[in-house]
Design a protein around this ligand. Structure first.
Ligand code: SF4
Ligand code: SF4
Length: 205
């Protein structure tokens, strides 16, 4: 009976003379340790707008929306930290590795949930035949750079890059809905239209 009491007394004395474990927050500042998972932040230099972070987010805190009407088709990626569970999956699976990072920002309490969102916008490349989104311009350029010479096998990749466009000038606009033909191979096309074009080229109607 006496032994446990002595052990408790020893623990109490050790705790009394040890440095404290708690911080002065919110009265004072707090420095989170390395590896702390705070508010995610996009890096516009490294995000290519692929949307992989939205696919892996278990809390559905990232939303990808494409606007195809208007002069400039745009993809908006919105992250909401009021829904975020700070798991770090978006950072872990980011295609470029540096597009989104969990910062050390932790003081996120607010009464206004509408202020808990951040967005990043990207120019979209659309299919010249059906108008569907092919991907963001930055994503296609990133793919072309990664593939090197192999990117020449895909006309969409050649035509989507600014530098590449000099090698293959954009073809004239399509006439009103003619059937897909050989000259359409050198156009920006989505996967479905390119497949149709290739099959018609090989097998006919
Ligand atoms: S590059 Fe990374 S941060 Fe940007 S959309 Fe893709 S996965 Fe998300
Ligand atoms: S940290 Fe987790 S929950 Fe938060 S946005 Fe990234 S993947 Fe989603």
């Amino acid at each position: 009976m006496r032994k446990p009491k002595l052990r408790e007394l020893k623990e109490a004395l050790r705790a009394a003379f040890s440095p404290r474990y708690t911080t002065h927050y919110p009265a004072g500042g707090h420095t989170p340790p390395d590896g702390f998972r705070g508010k995610p932040a996009y890096d516009s230099d490294h995000c290519i707008g692929c949307g992989a972070c939205a696919e892996v987010c278990p809390a559905v805190a990232i939303r990808v929306s494409d606007r195809l009407d208007g002069d400039k088709p745009t993809r908006t990626i919105q992250q909401r930290w009021d829904k975020c569970i700070f798991c770090g999956q978006c950072e872990l699976h980011c295609t470029t590795g540096d597009g989104i990072t969990l910062t050390k920002e932790y003081d996120l309490a607010t009464l206004d949930r509408s202020s808990c969102a951040q967005s990043i916008e990207h120019e979209l490349v659309v299919c010249e035949v059906c108008g569907a989104a092919v991907g963001t311009k930055k994503h296609l350029q990133w793919l072309a750079r990664r593939l090197g010479a192999k990117a020449y096998a895909n006309a969409t990749l050649i035509l989507s890059g600014d530098g590449w466009r000099q090698l293959a000038p954009a073809p004239a606009p399509r006439m009103d809905e003619p059937p897909l033909a050989r000259n359409d191979l050198m156009r920006v096309q989505c996967a479905a239209c390119r497949r149709t074009t290739v099959i018609r080229e090989l097998w006919g109607e």
